[in-house]
Write a new protein. Structure first.
Length: 565
């Protein structure tokens, strides 16, 4: 989820929190590490900067040493509030903290975000470099940060027992989790505890607080109650909750890959996601009410062609998902809920994601289809995303203004457009780099296991073969038709399947197969698979069934039907 590197960020778009690597530090090309060659090749491929200019580093040091007493005196003092952070166990840059109170008529949520804009002044060398980078790039065990370490890991990081400047949004909810009102503050906070997702989840699962969770244990239970209410309400409104397992790569101290697999999404992750969503949404609504332009985070409606293909693939898998021109997120959400216990639920989630457009930053607000939000922005991660830093500055500029200011809007519009276009592009590059780095390290790990056999599921079919995701490992490899003995295969593009001309054996999306590791090339992130002897004709795809589809049973025992970001 957001503070861990991930292979599929789109599935976590709802969280509003970007991926985060283990052991964040700036890339050092000359540093010898076992996996360094792979990761550095990714850095070079995408042209990422490997060092900050000297002028930026000098400015970062000056800003980090800046006196804040006068600034603190004019802000709302929240240092006595029970504020804490929940992050990965090895996180160093804590840019969001929470506080939760029970009120007689509901709940009060405080979301406290590091005030990076106080240190990174618009137009400064720091600001220009942050804009150029657009965002931090997180690879397994390796990071190219947006801001230098004196800011990202120190004065801007909401470390425990330190006074920190923050942008705070306080949201009051009724007993059902519906927002009643909110207010924004420039604040001073002091985090009481630095918790990890795993520590919080262990407390939720076992009900026993350890030394770190003890002082906030009761509040964690209150936070969980509120987060569940928010999730239920969001789900009822049609917000999509993609729950795809994420690829996991574990490195040892030397950078060797010691484990690959799938990362489990915990309830502690969901808790923070819900609170960040609420904050991001409130910011967007607040600016909209003032009638001022904003850098929105938008997600367009899927196009009809993509939806038609998704519907067709659902029919091939044994489900029914009819599409129309007025598709709403609630239909997708209901469909995902219906198939969530099905054995191929992960594949359905992935195919639905492929049918969706990519979220982008822009001034025109077209809403966020996946979240079923009419107004949404990014506000909660200014240490790692330039758009969030930009939105912080906009909030400060609008403070005290109650209506539309034409001169302000005219001056800001071109800047919003430039930031939106550039940061959408840098985000795509970061995502592509993360995926490539994961594939390279997965290939490095499996290069030591040539000839071993695994179970997997077909996730894609192309003219020259089919892709299989290996159970439990999260790695995907290719079975080439040129290596399939005893038959020639015809590609049926419409049905996304391969058909043996002689045996009529069929390989199609969703089929279970047994495969072996034939070749793994870490430098290219490629894994070639083969079918063990005796497997070529004995899988789920049967002879004589190339013209019809088996109906599968839903978890309830009846044929599945559609209805669903």
């Amino acid at each position: 989820m957001r503070k861990e590197w991930k292979s599929r960020r789109r599935s976590r778009e709802a969280a509003g929190r970007p991926a985060k690597a283990r052991g964040p530090r700036e890339a050092r090309p000359g540093e010898p590490r076992a996996s360094g060659a792979d990761l550095l090749s990714v850095v070079r491929t995408f042209g990422f900067p490997t060092a900050f200019p000297a002028s930026v580093l000098r400015e970062a040091d000056r800003e980090a040493a800046k006196e804040t007493a006068a600034e603190e005196s004019r802000r709302v003092d929240r240092t006595k509030d029970l504020v804490y952070t929940i992050d990965p166990s090895d996180a160093k840059d804590h840019d969001d903290a929470i506080s939760v109170e029970r009120r007689k008529d509901g709940y009060r949520l405080g979301v406290h975000i590091a005030d990076v804009s106080f240190y990174v002044r618009e137009g400064s060398a720091l600001d220009r470099e942050a804009f150029r980078r657009g965002n931090s790039v997180y690879l397994p065990g390796f990071v190219i940060p947006m801001l230098p370490e004196p800011l990202s890991n120190d004065v801007c990081s909401l470390r425990p027992n330190r006074r920190r400047l923050a942008h705070t949004i306080v949201i009051d909810f009724d007993a059902n989790g519906s927002p009643i009102k909110w207010r924004f503050e420039e604040s001073v906070i002091r985090s009481r505890a630095k918790l990890s997702y795993e520590e919080v989840q262990r407390f939720f699962d076992e009900g026993k607080a350890d030394a770190k969770t003890l002082r906030v244990a009761e509040n964690l239970l209150l936070a969980r109650t509120l987060a569940r209410l928010l999730f239920r309400r969001r789900s009822e409104e049609g917000s999509l909750d993609f729950d795809l397992p994420e690829a996991k790569v574990v490195l040892d101290e030397r950078g060797e890959v010691v484990e690959i697999g799938r990362r489990v999404r915990l309830e502690s992750h969901r808790l923070i996601e819900e609170f960040m969503l609420a904050a991001n949404r409130a910011v967007a609504v607040e600016v909209m009410r003032k009638g001022q332009p904003l850098l929105y985070r938008v997600h367009g409606r899927p196009d009809r062609e993509s939806l038609a293909f998704f519907s067709y693939m659902m029919d091939r898998l044994g489900y029914s998902f009819p599409v129309s021109d007025d598709m709403r997120p609630i239909r997708f959400a209901r469909f995902l809920e219906k198939i969530k216990l099905a054995p191929d639920a992960d594949l359905v989630h992935e195919l639905m994601l492929r049918s969706m457009q990519k979220a982008v930053y822009q001034r025109e607000n077209i809403g966020h289809f996946g979240l079923a939000f009419r107004h949404y922005t990014h506000f909660t991660s200014p240490i790692r995303r330039y758009p969030d830093l930009f939105v912080h500055r906009m909030l400060r500029a609008l403070r005290g203004r109650s209506g539309y200011v034409p001169s302000y809007a005219r001056r800001l519009a071109p800047r919003i457009d430039a930031v939106g276009k550039h940061c959408s592009e840098t985000e795509r590059a970061a995502e592509a780099a993360e995926r490539l780095a994961v594939r390279m390290l997965q290939a490095r790990y499996l290069a030591k296991r040539l000839g071993e056999e695994f179970e997997g599921r077909i996730t894609g079919v192309v003219r020259f073969g089919f892709f299989v995701r290996i159970d439990g490992l999260g790695a995907e490899g290719l079975v080439r038709t040129s290596l399939l003995e005893g038959d020639e295969f015809r590609f049926d593009e419409r049905n996304a399947r391969l058909i043996g001309r002689r045996t009529r054996t069929v390989f199609r999306m969703g089929d279970r197969v047994r495969v072996g590791i034939a070749r793994a090339d870490p430098s290219r992130g490629e894994i070639d698979l083969y079918l063990p002897r005796g497997e070529e004709g004995g899988r789920e795809s049967r002879r004589g069934q190339t013209g019809r589809t088996r109906r599968r049973q839903s978890p309830s025992g009846r044929s599945s039907s559609a209805g669903c970001s």
